[in-house]
Design a protein around this ligand. Structure first.
Ligand code: FES
Length: 168
């Protein structure tokens, strides 16, 4: 349980906000829970909700809104490809389909070696550089995009990037 294992951290987070607004602590508490559990299960969301006075459904709404929170387990790295409309119009869906095939997975699937889980992501603010994807892992979040509209990122380049990360 977070409260027992990270009492000082939880207390410090809650102390940032007036007692009547402790619900405002939901995001840093979710971050702490995700760091501890690897993803945010229904139990973890309920735990965070109990700490900051929010219903588990409200916590789940926050988790569902942000691509940096995860409600299911994954491989070592999450490869999140933007398939939102502007990127789709620039070939993101075909890019994703080919990359999924090369990796041998479906959407939300994890490669056999456990390295990569491929997920959709909504707009990451690089619509003019589609195809674009981001990788989330223990070291943070990393963005990869086309050099220009004339030089779209290729699946071969994406595979080079992924292969370069393996074992690290
Ligand atoms: S729609 Fe993909 S980055 Fe904006």
């Amino acid at each position: 349980m977070l409260k027992e294992k990270y009492q000082a951290e939880v207390d410090a987070i809650l102390a940032r906000y007036p007692a009547e607004w402790k619900r405002s602590a939901v995001m840093p508490l979710l971050y702490l829970a995700q760091k501890e559990y690897g993803y945010l299960s229904a139990e973890a969301m309920a735990e965070v909700g109990a700490l900051c006075g929010l219903a588990a459904t409200d916590v789940a709404g926050v988790v569902g809104f942000y691509s940096l929170y995860h409600d299911h387990p994954a491989g070592k790295r999450r490869v999140q490809i933007c398939t939102d409309l502007p990127c789709a119009l620039r070939g993101a869906e075909a890019f994703a389909a080919e990359l999924l095939a090369k990796l041998g997975v479906q959407w939300e699937g994890t490669t056999a070696d456990g390295e990569f889980t491929v997920e959709h992501v909504m707009c990451v603010g690089a619509c003019d550089k589609a195809p674009v994807f981001q990788i989330q892992d223990g070291s943070g979040i990393h963005f990869y995009e086309s050099q220009s509209a004339q030089e779209p990122l290729t699946v071969a380049q994406a595979l080079d990037i992924l292969n370069g990360l393996k074992g690290k």
